[in-house]
Design a protein around this ligand. Structure first.
Ligand SMILES: [Zn+2]
Ligand SMILES: [Zn+2]
Length: 257
């Protein structure tokens, strides 16, 4: 399995991450924070399925541009998979003819402009050699993390979460676990803000990883707030965690490695 963090700015800086989009094996995208702004860096034709973990802007900001890119290139739209709650948010707050045209009702039955399917918690979805299981996590709005399995690798993606339970229970049931992409948004001194907004600091990041038994995966840290990035990294390094990598957008991560 090959994973890329899509860059979230145009100045070429591979470490600053304002927006979230993770491309998996070219055919699957987790979140559309930035992918629609930089879609020339990957193949729209190969990207067939997009999972939206939740409706926060840093995860959907480029979704309208991304859908327009499919239209402009006369390609059928990708399938957007997300929870019932996020579908409702997209209808109410984005594709509402106020912020953006109502893509839900545009196009034809054969070729809709927006092709959305509900992804239910714990129900695996089989797609082009990948199996994606949405798992509820603990964020301020309905959010799904994901277990993604291919024929020879398994990875876990937390999306945005505070301390949570189900993803670790499912991780502990897996035969193999190659990597975890885990958020760490704030430094320790902002623990109160992290708790209120349901994010992690290095302290709670470490406590979450301690819930993992029987596996020793690569830990890819993501969602570091740009202003506090160096402080968070210093705190992470002091914890001497095995196999910790802070994810960058100029590298392709391959599993099994
Ligand atoms: Zn969020
Ligand atoms: Zn976020």
């Amino acid at each position: 399995m090959k994973i890329r963090l899509i860059p979230s700015n145009s100045d070429g800086n591979p470490v600053i991450q304002y927006l979230t989009s993770l491309l998996i094996d070219q055919s699957l995208l987790i979140d559309a924070g930035s992918a629609g702004f930089t879609y020339k860096t990957f193949s729209l034709r190969k990207l067939k399925n997009i999972f939206i973990s939740h409706a926060h802007m840093d995860h959907i900001a480029s979704l309208p541009s991304l859908l327009e890119a499919y239209l402009a290139n006369r390609l059928p739209p990708p399938t957007i998979w997300t929870s019932a709650e996020t579908i409702q948010s997209l209808k109410l707050h984005l594709f509402n003819n106020q912020l953006w045209p109502d893509f839900f009702s545009l196009g034809s039955k054969e070729l809709p402009w927006l092709n959305v399917r509900e992804s239910s918690d714990f129900i695996p979805i089989e797609l082009e050699g990948l199996r994606v299981t949405p798992i509820p996590v603990n964020h301020v709005i309905k959010t799904q993390g994901y277990m993604i399995e291919s024929s020879n690798a398994t990875i876990l993606i937390s999306s945005d979460t505070g301390p949570t339970q189900a993803i670790w229970e499912i991780a502990n049931q897996q035969k193999r676990l190659d990597a975890i992409i885990l958020e760490v948004a704030f430094p320790k001194r902002l623990q109160g803000m992290a708790d209120l907004s349901c994010h992690l600091t290095p302290k709670t990041f470490g406590l979450e990883l301690a819930k993992l038994k029987n596996h020793n995966p690569v830990i890819l840290a993501v969602h570091l707030k740009p202003l506090m990035r160096s402080t968070i990294i210093n705190e992470l390094h002091k914890m001497n965690l095995d196999q910790l990598v802070v994810m960058r957008s100029d590298h392709e991560y391959c599993f099994p490695s």
